[in-house]
Design a protein around this ligand. Structure first.
Ligand SMILES: C[S@@+](CC[C@H](N)C(=O)[O-])C[C@H]1O[C@@H](n2cnc3c(N)ncnc32)[C@H](O)[C@@H]1O
Length: 346
């Protein structure tokens, strides 16, 4: 039985041709604007926003849902978007905690779009089937899928629960849907099947290794962490082979080599590229250290200007993570040609 049969994947091609939500592609013009904003103006290009502070999955390896707090009102989010756009930011990414739980998400995306921003979000997929029809102003969609048979052990529910939403979203959006897989000690046996499933579904897939946050207990990391490093290395090696064979893996070879060797030698520019704003409007250095550096009420431009040295120092002292968005974008920032050629920015 192949993976499509396994998950009863309906691959009606006619449906796919009539995707109904208009999407914006990253264009050469946007790439040029990114270089101007990042390298000449030395300002961030992406707003990564904790659009809410609650989750409906609460995975053991994730720390973002653990501090439920205040959430910004819609009008405050509009003001944040106005500020961000005035500061030259062109990408709005609703990154945590679970964007589809926010009722007014369509209004927020519409506002960002009307300001000329590219919009994206990542979801656990639980509410996707119900809500995808409302997301006509969403350009790029990622769904977390960390395994096939191991999915239940990792995320607590069967993969069947989110497959209808993935299929519906795939058929409705114009840009390819992205599956994001966190490689852990739990899913090494599933990775090949997951990549095959992505190809059969006609969606893209990206990988990044589990990050062992200090705030999460040791038992979780003993249970989920990458401990069999030889098997892990072979699995990432197989991901690289499958990319060469034409499977829809969006990571660059440079990055895949780095995660295969768990090697973190790169100059991190995450806090040059991405402005991180939490659910209550705090501006944080990055999503890993989560060090507060200001608040949106102080003005994004002021916070940015006043923390230039601090941010540089934090990046310099950091032991580095291997989150794909941070590594691939940092390598692109430094004009790494292989990454520019093989990493598909989504
Ligand atoms: C924090 S979640 C928020 C969006 C949404 N709730 C979801 O589950 O996709 C965003 C991404 O972070 C990843 N993530 C969470 N904890 C992680 C960890 N310890 N190491 C690596 N990635 C992690 C998730 O798997 C997901 O792909």
């Amino acid at each position: 039985m192949n993976s499509c049969e396994l998950f009863n994947i309906n691959r009606d091609r006619k449906k796919k041709q009539s995707r109904i939500i208009p999407m914006t592609k990253y264009s050469p013009l946007i790439a040029a604007k990114a270089v101007w904003q990042l390298r000449i103006r030395k300002q961030p290009f992406v707003l990564s926003h904790a659009i809410n502070s609650r989750c409906n999955m609460k995975c053991s390896f994730c720390e973002y849902w653990k501090t439920e707090g205040e959430e910004m009102e819609l009008t405050d989010i509009f003001k944040l978007l106005d500020q961000a756009r005035a500061f030259g930011i062109l990408v709005y990414n609703a990154w945590t905690v679970e964007p589809l739980l926010r009722e007014d998400l369509p209004e927020i995306l519409a506002y960002a779009k009307q300001l000329g921003m590219v919009t994206s979000l990542i979801t656990n997929g639980l509410l996707l089937e119900k809500r995808i029809g409302e997301l006509k102003d969403l350009d790029y969609l990622s769904v977390s899928v960390d395994g096939t048979s191991s999915y239940k052990d990792i995320r607590g529910i069967s993969l069947d629960r989110i497959m209808p939403g993935i299929l519906k979203a795939r058929d409705m959006i114009r840009n390819p849907l992205l599956l994001n897989c966190v490689i852990s000690g739990k899913n090494l046996d599933d990775i090949e099947e997951l990549i095959t499933m992505a190809k059969e579904l006609d969606v893209k897939i990206s990988f990044e290794p589990l990050y062992e946050f200090k705030g999460i207990d040791r038992d979780t990391w003993e249970n989920m962490g990458i401990r069999d490093t030889e098997k892990y290395r072979k699995t990432v090696g197989r991901i690289m082979e499958m990319k060469k064979e034409g499977y829809p893996i969006i990571n660059s070879y440079t990055y895949l080599e780095m995660i295969r060797d768990l090697r973190t030698e790169f100059i991190c520019h995450a806090n040059d590229i991405i402005l991180n704003v939490t659910a209550d409007g705090t501006i944080e250095n990055c999503r890993v250290h989560r060090a507060p550096i200001g608040h949106i009420d102080d003005g994004i431009a002021n916070v940015w200007k006043n923390t230039r040295e601090l941010r540089k120092d934090m990046a310099y002292k950091c032991k580095k993570c291997l989150f794909s968005g941070y590594v691939e974008n940092s390598l692109m920032y430094n004009f790494n040609l292989e990454v520019a050629q093989h990493y598909e920015l989504m």
